[in-house]
Design a protein around this ligand. Sequence first.
Ligand SMILES: NC(=O)c1ccc[n+]([C@@H]2O[C@H](COP(=O)([O-])OP(=O)(O)OC[C@H]3O[C@@H](n4cnc5c(N)ncnc54)[C@H](O)[C@@H]3O)[C@@H](O)[C@H]2O)c1
Length: 268
Amino acid sequence: MMRKLLEGKKGIVTGVVNHRSIAWEIARHLAEEGAEIGFTYRRERKWVEKLAGSIGADFIEPCDVQDDQQIRQVCDKFAERFGGIDFIVHAAAYADGEELQAGVINTSRDGFLRTLDVTAYSIVPFCHYARPYFRPGASVLALSYLGSNRVCAGYNVLGIAKSALETTCKYLAADLGPEQVRVNVISAGPIRTLAAFGLPNFKEMVEKRANQSPLRRNVTQEDVAKAALYLMSDLASGTTGEVMYVDAGYNIMGTWADSEVGSAMVQG
Ligand SMILES: NC(=O)c1ccc[n+]([C@@H]2O[C@H](COP(=O)([O-])OP(=O)(O)OC[C@H]3O[C@@H](n4cnc5c(N)ncnc54)[C@H](O)[C@@H]3O)[C@@H](O)[C@H]2O)c1
């Protein structure tokens, strides 16, 4: 029988709030390939418990990523139960809706710092407290968005935080690389999730994007989960510090023809 891609691997998935969460689809894919998964939640245990139960997982711990003690406890408890850590999926992000509406020019110090803390800094204590338990070949994954390096309407302070997150992951990749721990980022296209619905213009952006992307569609949670599976598995053994776009190719575009003209050109 063929060995599953993540047979024997055990790790922590953050950021599941409901069945639409990107982290949930990632967890499902990792579990299908043999991984054992521990979940964290911020407030919503009931939903996470239900979803985790559907893949036979029962390690479910509270973890507000702004709280170092909780992060430490999750890593300690997980390693105690599973004997080590092979992967961490970081999928937590936060920005106040009013601050997003108001634009970067009106962002408060508190709003800025909280967004940076949840969205970017929190991956540092996760890697720090997991470090003693990481097994060689371990893989850490964070989720980002194009707003990290381009101005994307409505993304505002989150874009600044994603920029910090991507750079933080590169430095973490350098710190942990000698221990054979990889740290990578997936920059996903817009997907309808709870967090995304809090973004101004999200609905309009998703509709436009489908026509403007080379693949002429938006990506799904499943597209991201398949890329995550690659990065978490030994297939990506030589890849670290990378930002991989899973966005139907949108990020390569400079200018747009309308889709009719674009298609006519391709067909000759
Ligand atoms: N949906 C998209 O269009 C999209 C695109 C690119 C990247 N992302 C990123 O994907 C990740 C997952 O988001 P999603 O779209 O699946 O939405 P989601 O709402 O399902 O998940 C966001 C998660 O962040 C968690 N969170 C917020 N503050 C937290 C805190 N203080 N402590 C612990 N957890 C906290 C929430 O509990 C929730 O589980 C985020 O990093 C997001 O920025 C999303």
